[in-house]
Design a protein around this ligand. Structure first.
Ligand SMILES: [Fe+2]
Length: 429
């Protein structure tokens, strides 16, 4: 039996007092309970997008919420877009069925430290990171989560029940902490339909969550779809349009005004440019990443190589997953290390630093390292793990890696200090 999946996305923003008319009260709305509720940042910092699923057609989609200055559920969103601040309690659904109450706090821009949890490759089964993510969310320890592709294993399996199961499983933390994502190879089926339908990232109208950027605190985040370089059966357009957008976005992020406001640029995507493992299944060397080496299509003159853009536009840190392990590099470009200095490699680094954090836990076993630690590799581990990001200010950012094998022990930590943000090109002449 084909499973009916109705996905609803609603931009929750300041709207009318609770006055929206109901739909036909006689309408028979069975199976209209909202499920798989998760939130994400919208175009602006204080926009929150609520996405949920109902099995039945509810004819209407509503979010009722309170704000700091008016904490009761006196406000209602139906999709209009204006700004608001300090969203607090909310519930979503329709007149026929409401979700339970969730509590969310907007990130205050002037807060000292911006904190996030980051990982990739987490499935329904063996989802090792979930209890830790829940605790991070429940204790207000993080302002958002980045899941860097490969969800559920796989979302389209079992007539999409696997995807429903996964989204339901993460709801307890994804409904209270923005859950930001990018696509992985496990989402490839039917041109990433499951991913596109279930996730609502900024720039959704243009890219259906496949690529986008957003700002928070001192960071400009850029999310890319690395899979566009591998699933060429869906055509070159996803890759070409992303590349065009990416250059424009990085250029704008480097305008004097923007780079002053968000001096850190962090890119994330699924497949890494550097790693010590080997690809699943095809045993290909992951050092042949197409995002680094460029696309090799005989009839096409352009290669759409991304790594030079990281140098040109001063992308400070690039975070990936796909390899079920953790690895961090020294400041690196084209296999050459560009440390700030021998004594302090991460003080004013002269190239992007790469992090691979794809060990959230899934049915596939952790990757093993297939070669000796390279000169460009600073630390690596095959433990299940996730990354904590703490952005302290415009010059100091801190990362640590939490081992799940070792019950939450931090196995790696480092500071990156950059006092001269901007293109790395000029720093290497
Ligand atoms: Fe993957």
């Amino acid at each position: 039996m084909k499973y009916l999946l109705t996905l609803i996305c609603l931009i929750v923003v300041g709207v009318n007092k609770n006055s929206v008319g109901g739909s036909d009260p006689m309408y028979n709305c069975s199976n209209c309970e909202p499920q798989q509720i998760h939130i994400a940042f919208g175009e602006e910092n204080d926009d929150i997008v609520v996405t949920w699923t109902t099995i039945g057609d509810t004819q209407q989609s509503l979010v009722q919420f309170g704000m700091a200055q008016d904490p009761y559920l006196n406000w209602e969103a139906t999709g209009q877009r204006t700004s608001y601040e300090n969203l607090r309690d909310y519930r979503c659904g329709s007149r026929f069925a409401w979700s339970k109450l969730f509590y969310y706090t907007t990130f205050p821009e002037r807060q000292a430290v911006l904190r996030a949890a980051i990982y990739g490759d987490m499935g329904v089964d063996n989802a090792q990171a979930i209890p830790y993510l829940q605790q991070e969310a429940d204790t207000d320890s993080i302002h958002f989560i980045l899941h860097l592709g490969d969800f559920a294993y796989d979302m389209n399996d079992d007539d999409s029940h696997r995807g429903d199961q996964f989204m339901q499983k993460i709801q307890p933390f994804a409904a209270i902490v923005p859950f930001m994502v990018c696509p992985g190879n496990h989402e490839y089926s039917k041109n990433f339909t499951q991913y596109k339908s279930r996730m609502t990232m900024p720039n959704y109208e243009q890219s259906e969550s496949m690529f986008y950027s957003w700002n928070i605190g001192p960071i400009h985040f850029v999310s890319i779809n690395t899979e566009a370089y591998y699933f060429l059966n869906y055509g070159l357009d996803p890759l070409v349009s992303q590349f065009r957008w990416l250059v424009k976005d990085l250029k704008e992020a480097n305008s004097k005004k923007n780079r002053k406001k968000q001096p850190w640029i962090i890119m994330y995507g699924h497949r890494p440019m550097y790693c010590s493992g080997e690809e699943h299944n095809n045993k290909a060397n992951c050092l042949e990443a197409a995002t680094r080496t460029g696309l090799n299509v005989p009839s096409y003159t352009k290669t759409f190589t991304i790594e030079p853009l990281l140098m040109k536009y001063g992308v400070d840190i690039a975070i990936w997953a796909h390899e079920h392990m953790y690895e961090r590099t020294w400041p690196l470009y084209d296999f050459k290390v560009y440390n700030g200095s021998t004594e302090q490699p991460y003080l004013n680094p002269r190239a992007p630093i790469h992090i691979v954090t794809g060990a959230g836990g899934c049915l596939e076993t952790p990757n093993q390292f297939v070669r000796l630690q390279s000169d460009w590799c600073a630390f690596r581990s095959t433990d299940y793990s996730y990354t904590r990001l703490h952005a302290h200010n415009k010059t100091h950012i801190y990362f640590e890696q939490v081992s799940l094998n070792l019950k939450g022990k931090v196995i790696d930590s480092f500071w990156v200090v950059q006092k001269k943000h901007g293109s790395f090109r000029s720093k290497n002449h």
